[in-house]
Design a protein around this ligand. Structure first.
Ligand code: AKG
Length: 320
């Protein structure tokens, strides 16, 4: 995709216009995260990147922004095929609205967590998911991006969020959970299907890579007297509950005089973010009932220190 295609998004996109005009909301409703409204003056849009740009330019943009929103990085149809495959596995759990194709992933309105969690954990271990994450388009990019052979952490998270759910990801930066390895680890958040604003995608606190670094320096100082095991834990006595920075995103944006950057993601997009970049998600309030599906996986240079705690498949109880 040539860079011309992005001029629209960068300069005249409807989303950006909405933010600029200070009327950023979903229909009559404001955007929320964990039910807390995000005021329009504290919102902005993510800057899209053309994956075809020279690598040096992408690296520079990543360094400057703390993230890259790579539009159309993966084949759209292959991502949708994966979404279909994933939700097909849930067909007998009652999660999906009957009579609608699994690729649509429409919520039935009821969830039996015992059944769905079992299927989710199975899906997180399938060869199909593994092979999606190790597809050459991804590892070849990360080999180049990380200046050497890339390593994909075995702990790979695949999440879905039903509309109306009372959970959105609170604000955090990833190194809180990955302190046992290199700080050059890079996270990749991949929407598995379109995730327009109303479906609750990932949002980033503008300029927060520097903030995350500052916070981590303070934690290193405060954690210095702890045992090596505690020092790297996201749950040690110096961390807030669950390692989160907080759930009230509006208050956080006020406190740091910053904005939350939002996007309408499409199947095929890949976001890459630094381990210090503060991010969170918004609520899925989709009136069409679509379930938000995404994966977040981490790459690093294989020659750098690897956090051994991430050497196992993700489980819902692993407390990492
Ligand atoms: O998908 C989410 O809600 C959270 C993802 C995340 O925290 C990450 O990609 O690091």
């Amino acid at each position: 995709m040539g860079s011309g295609a992005f001029a629209f998004l960068e300069e005249g996109g409807a989303l950006k216009q909405a933010v600029n005009q200070g009327r950023f909301q979903l229909g009559e409703r404001p955007l929320t995260s964990n039910s807390c409204p995000l005021p329009p003056e504290r919102l902005g849009t993510l800057t899209p990147s053309d994956p075809a740009r020279p690598l040096a330019a992408l690296k520079e943009q990543y360094r400057a922004q703390g993230y890259l929103w790579l539009r159309g990085f993966l084949p759209h149809n292959e991502v949708l095929a994966f979404r279909r495959r994933f939700f097909t596995a849930f067909q007998n759990t009652g999660l999906l609205k009957p009579g609608v194709g699994p690729a649509d992933g429409i919520f039935s309105g009821l969830e039996d967590k015992r059944q769905t969690n079992k299927v989710l954990m199975e899906q997180a271990r399938t060869a199909a998911y593994e092979s999606f994450c190790v597809q050459p388009r991804l590892w070849q990019f990360f080999d180049a991006f990380l200046d050497g052979p890339s390593y994909l952490h075995k702990r790979k998270i695949i999440r879905y969020l039903t509309p109306g759910s009372d959970w959105a990801t609170p604000a955090h930066y990833d190194l809180i959970y990955l302190r046992g390895g290199t700080e050059r680890v890079v996270s990749s958040w991949i929407p598995l299907g379109d995730i327009p604003l109303e479906m609750g995608g990932l949002i980033y606190l503008e300029g927060s890579d520097a903030l995350g670094r500052k916070m981590e320096t303070e934690f290193v100082h405060r954690n210095a007297k702890l045992s090596p095991e505690e020092r790297i834990s996201a749950y040690n006595k110096n961390m807030s509950e669950g390692g989160w920075i907080g759930k009230d995103l509006a208050a956080m944006a006020d406190r740091f005089d910053s904005r939350w950057l939002v996007a309408d993601y499409e199947a095929g997009d890949v976001v890459v973010h630094s381990p210090y970049m503060i991010h969170a998600s918004t609520d899925n309030t989709d009136s069409r009932g679509r379930i938000r599906l995404s994966t977040d996986i981490r790459y690093q240079n294989v020659r750098e220190e690897i956090d051994a705690r991430w050497n196992n498949h993700w489980t819902l109880e692993d407390m990492l």
